[in-house]
Every structure is written in structure tokens, then in C-alpha cells.
Design a protein. Structure first.
Length: 540
């Protein structure tokens, strides 16, 4: 087609599991992507995109044929007012969606009648500056599904979260002078942490029992976790020359040349070598998104044998998981619909719809079915460990952008979360690989640390860029790591700083929400990967 001339047609991302894997593209006349076809394990998974007159996505067609429509406000096209799923009839997923005058999401009514709200009116709640809530209907008060209220400390950090529905889940937080989380106390647990000057965790105390985190001298590499009372080893790790973990206890982590985890093995008598039996296999696409997962029985060192399950993951243009399919039959296992960023709205499994109720970060706190009944619930620790109290349906999403991989072979503390560019160990509060940007972490935040050791107010959707989630009424936190990285870049490559007129520190109105941090990340990425520097709208 004429629209395709001069544009990328296909990319091969073949690997040992699927030597014929590739993705191809077709385009609309204006150059926007019309279809993206993933050829995986002998099947084609096609995603279609439609756009409105301003170039905003108006509909997405899933490989199953499901169409999700995004109906926008004509007066403000960046605001979606209604989300509808169509396949043999319309299913309303959200109507209406509400926004603040600044354009931030304020809530929605789900297709099952559940109302979800984000209240950012400090005067209404006294000491509390934000409230996230959900009720089985708009007429239920107080909320009966979710009711989280956030209070700041004098420096604007989240100090206390009151849970009005499950009071035993209310949490007190404390921080060190660098803003790293040092304690979290609730009725469910009493946790505290210490760090070194580089931001590496040195200890964790859980309900009075302390474990020490031991680093290889002169590095940020965690080599063991030991019981402070007995000296016994709780976990131990090994690394390759690039700083990526190759072993966690009895689990061997095998990486490809692009530093992507492609295979998990059960350590044998010879340790982690080619004779260790395979328990998991993964494939990735050209954007390092995991596209295939095979869970294996661990009976062979040369093949996934027996294959317990095989899943194909289909992603959208924003690198979010849209659907899961069975590799062998092509059957749909799950389909996902998002609001903004990585905040989940709904999922469809076995023909039924389910809605996600997230907190201020977008972490799924509860999932409800078409009748508004809770079908998934979990008690979350700050660094992502979750105790599922209700699990009638699978809910693999964890901290924003993370997807939990489970296997019967995994022991306590070995559960890995896929975070796109890195894998995360919630039990240890750190990644298995170093920060891909290296210098983008804040001073005092280790290159393996999650969200600069502040998982209460920061997220890392892709494993390579930390974002601050703004809470109204708190001082702007605009990424000291970006400042440090810019200084390093200037020292080694003479990259120019944006002119003072583009550094509106004295004018917070020009740097709303977490925009300054996001813009800093955008400038940093451009400085690292191209000769052109994108001017900052805001300067951290």
C-alpha cells in the first residue's frame, strides 16, 4: 500500500524457542500504525488501531476480534469520557470518566455500577490530602470496597495511609534524610530497613527479626542475606561480569547477549551450567518485551520438558500487555484494558469482565466481578510483596508495570516480577540487573534499587526510569537523579543545559504534577541516544 512506502515493514526477533518470530506493520495514510501483526509460534496475533481527527486512539482491535472504543470529550480530546468493549454487542467498561480542571483522572463509574474516585480536595479531609475510594454503587457512603486517605509529613512525604474499609491495613511510614523509606508499620507487619550511602539495602527487620544484606566489597552486588541472630544464610546470589544475577539460591538465571533473562534452571550438582534442568523459558521482541513464557517440569537440561503451560503475551504500542493467549491452541487466556499509563481498568477472562481498583500509584488493591463482588484482594508490603487474601481469579499484576511469574519450583523469596527491561525481586526490594541508564538513579540510590528506595511515592513502569507520583499539597520532587546524570553527561560529553528560561523552579504552575520529572527523563533519554537535545518544558 502507498501508505507503507518508506516506513518500517517488519522486524525479525527470532530466538531459540521461536526461530520464525517477527512483527510486521501496516499504516494509515497519515503514517500512524494501522495494524501490528505478531507472528509467534506459527500463529498471527493482529492488533488494529483507529484514530480520531486529532490523532488520538479511538479504538483498539485485539487479536480475538474484541474492539475497545475510547470516546473522547470534543472540547478536550485528551480526556476519555467513555470506554466500551464491543464483540457481538457493547459492554460498557467505564461511563462516565471524570477529571479535575487540570485534566487529571478523578474517577469513573464502572460497567458493573461500581464507582471509583480520586479526591484531591485537601480542605475536605483536614490532615489528609488525597483520598482514593470505591463503592459498590454511587449511593453507598462511606465507601465499602476501597477507602484510602493519605496524610503527609512536614516535608510532604506520605506519612500515613488510613484504610477506612480494612483498618488493619492502615500504614505508618518513615524516611531517612535522603527520602528513602526506613519503616512501614501496620497491624499486619512491622518492617524497617537500613541503607548504605549508595542506597543499597543493608538490613531488613521484620516483626523484630533482622536479616543482614551483604555486598561484595567495592560493588553494589548483593551476595547474601543472612539471619542476624544465627548467621545462617537466607539467600545467596552470584553474578556475571556485567553485574547481572546468574544465581539466586537454587535458581539459575540464564541471560542472552542483550542481558535479557531467557531461561531459569534448577541448580544441579555442578551448580549453574548447561546440565541444570530447565524450569522456565522466555522469548522477547525487538523492544525487549517478553512475548513467550514456557513453564517447564524441570526434567530436561536441553528442552522444556514437560511443558506445563505456554503463554504468548501481546503488547500495545505503549508496551502494555493487551492479551495473553495459549501458545498451542491460540485460545484467549486474558485481555486487559487500561486507563492512563499502566493503570488497569478491566480484564476479561473466560468471557467475564472484571474491574481493577487501584491505589494512588495504580497498584491493584482489589478486583471486582460483574456483580461488584471482590474476587481478588491482597495485603501489600511497600516493596511489592503481596499476601493474596482472595484469589478467585488470577491477578498477576504487581507494582505498576510489573507482572509476577509463578512456578511450583520457586521457593519463598524467589518470585520474580517482569518489569520490561529488568526483573525484580520484591522480597529483596531490588532488581536482578543494574539500572540500564546507570547514572539516572538519584545520588544515594543503588543501581539495583527499586524506585530510589521510595516505593510509596515513586514508580518504575519499565525498569529503567523512576517517576514521582504527585500528591496534591506536597512539595515538588523533581528527580535529583536527573540532575546528577545531567552533570555527568556534561562532564563527559559537554551536553548543554537548557537555558534558565526553561527552568521554572520559581513557578510551580509551569511544572504541574510530576511533569518536571517526566520532562527531565525525556531530555535525558534524548541526550543519551541522539545528538539532538529536546528543550525542557520544566527543569528538575
Amino acid at each position: 500500500a502507498a501508505a507503507n512506502i518508506g516506513r518500517l515493514q517488519w522486524i525479525s526477533d527470532a530466538g531459540p524457542v521461536d526461530p520464525l518470530a517477527r512483527v510486521s506493520f501496516d499504516y494509515h495514510a497519515d503514517g500512524s500504525v494501522a495494524t501490528e501483526t505478531r507472528h509467534q509460534l506459527g500463529r498471527d496475533y493482529v492488533i488494529g488501531y483507529e484514530y480520531d481527527g486529532l490523532g488520538e486512539v479511538s479504538a483498539v482491535t485485539y487479536p480475538s476480534g474484541l474492539v475497545v472504543r475510547f470516546e473522547r470529550d470534543p472540547a478536550a480530546p485528551n480526556r476519555v469520557l467513555r470506554i466500551v468493549a464491543a464483540e457481538g454487542g457493547d459492554t460498557v467498561l467505564a461511563d462516565p470518566l471524570r477529571y479535575t480542571t487540570a485534566g487529571r483522572l478523578a474517577g469513573f463509574v464502572a460497567g458493573n455500577g461500581v464507582e471509583y474516585g480520586i479526591d484531591r480536595t485537601p480542605a475536605v479531609h483536614g490532615a489528609f490530602i488525597e483520598r482514593v475510594w470505591a463503592a459498590t454503587s454511587p449511593w453507598v457512603s462511606p465507601p465499602d470496597l476501597l477507602d484510602l486517605s493519605y496524610a503527609p509529613d512536614p516535608l510532604g512525604r506520605i506519612d500515613f495511609v488510613a484504610d477506612g474499609v480494612d483498618p488493619d491495613r492502615s500504614v505508618d511510614y518513615d524516611y531517612d534524610p535522603r527520602g528513602r523509606l526506613t519503616s512501614a508499620v501496620s497491624d499486619a507487619w512491622n518492617l524497617s530497613w537500613t541503607y548504605d550511602v549508595a542506597g543499597n539495602r543493608l538490613s531488613e527487620t521484620r516483626d523484630g527479626a533482622t536479616t543482614n544484606y551483604n555486598l561484595a566489597p567495592g560493588t553494589n552486588r548483593l551476595t547474601s542475606v543472612t539471619d542476624a541472630a544465627t548467621g545462617g544464610t537466607v539467600h545467596f546470589l552470584e553474578y556475571d561480569e556485567f553485574g547481572s544475577a546468574t544465581r539466586l539460591d537454587g535458581l539459575c538465571l540464564e541471560l542472552d547477549a542483550a542481558d535479557r533473562l531467557v531461561r531459569l534452571r534448577a541448580a544441579g550438582a555442578a551448580g549453574c551450567d548447561a546440565t541444570a534442568n530447565i524450569v522456565e523459558e522466555y522469548e522477547y521482541d525487538e523492544r525487549s518485551r517478553r512475548t513467550v513464557r514456557r513453564a517447564c517440569g524441570g526434567e530436561s537440561a536441553t528442552a522444556c520438558s514437560p511443558t506445563l503451560s505456554c503463554t504468548v503475551f501481546v503488547h500495545d504500542r505503549q508496551d502494555r500487555i493487551l492479551a495473553e493467549h495459549d501458545c498451542d491452541t491460540g485460545a484467549v487466556l486474558a485481555e486487559y484494558v487500561y486507563l492512563e499509563g499502566h493503570r488497569l481498568l478491566a480484564a476479561r477472562r473466560a468471557g467475564s469482565w472484571y474491574w481493577y481498583l487501584g491505589d494512588h500509584l495504580g497498584v491493584p488493591r482489589k478486583v471486582v466481578d460483574e456483580a461488584g463482588a471482590v474476587v481478588w484482594d491482597g495485603i501489600w508490603e511497600p516493596f511489592g510483596v503481596v499476601n493474596e487474601t482472595v484469589s478467585s481469579v488470577p491477578q498477576p499484576f504487581r507494582l505498576p508495570g510489573q507482572y509476577e511469574t509463578r512456578h511450583p519450583f520457586f521457593a519463598a523469596g524467589q518470585h520474580l516480577y517482569d518489569n520490561h527491561h529488568r526483573w525484580y525481586l520484591p522480597a529483596l526490594g531490588r532488581y536482578t540487573q543494574v539500572d540500564p541508564a546507570r547514572c539516572a538513579s538519584a545520588p544515594g540510590s543503588g543501581t539495583y534499587a527499586y524506585a530510589e528506595d521510595d516505593p510509596v511515592a515513586r514508580v518504575d513502569w519499565t525498569g529503567q526510569a523512576v517517576h514521582v507520583i504527585d500528591i496534591p499539597g506536597t512539595p515538588a520532587v523533581c528527580g535529583p537523579g536527573i540532575q546528577e546524570c545531567i552533570r555527568k553527561l556534561q562532564a563527559i560529553a559537554a551536553y548543554p543545559s537548557p537555558p534558565p528560561s526553561q527552568r521554572p523552579n520559581a513557578d510551580p504552575s509551569r511544572c504541574p504534577d510530576d511533569d518536571c520529572y517526566r520532562k527531565g527523563i525525556e531530555w535525558l533519554r534524548d541526550a543519551l541516544w541522539s545528538p539532538d537535545v529536546v528543550p525542557l518544558a520544566c527543569w528538575p
